[in-house]
Design a protein around this ligand. Structure first.
Ligand SMILES: [Zn+2]
Length: 119
């Protein structure tokens, strides 16, 4: 399952960040995900719930901001937004293979509380 492995690596990042910032619990994780990363938000949230059980990120809300796919035509030196996965330069009609964005998956921020009490 695609989302499960993503959730797992996401959890690793979150736990590492939480440790670095001495967070006792993580309330919210904000992500940026490219439209081509082929991630189903509901599925990722579900998987994250599963893998984060009994960790500092247990019960954290996942907020996903999706990033449009953009590509660049070498010939015209134009960047454009790719719609409906048509990788074609809007100016010259050449197929474009160079992608600028759309596959990324970034953790933008993590919100939580320092766990001095409660553990
Ligand atoms: Zn072009």
């Amino acid at each position: 399952m695609h989302e499960l492995s993503i959730a797992q690596s996401l959890l690793d990042i979150v736990v590492e960040e939480a440790t670095r910032n001495r967070l006792g619990s993580v309330n919210k994780v904000r992500l940026r995900i490219g439209e081509l990363a082929a991630v189903v938000p509901e599925s990722l949230t579900f998987c994250f719930d599963l893998v984060s059980r009994d960790t500092v990120a247990s019960g954290a809300a996942i907020e996903i901001e999706s990033v449009a796919v953009t590509a660049r035509c070498d010939r015209c030196e134009v960047s454009f937004e790719v719609k409906d996965r048509v990788f074609e330069c809007p100016r010259c009609g050449e197929p474009v293979l160079e992608m600028l964005s759309g596959r990324e998956l970034y953790v933008m921020s993590i919100e939580g509380e320092t766990g001095e009490e409660d553990g």
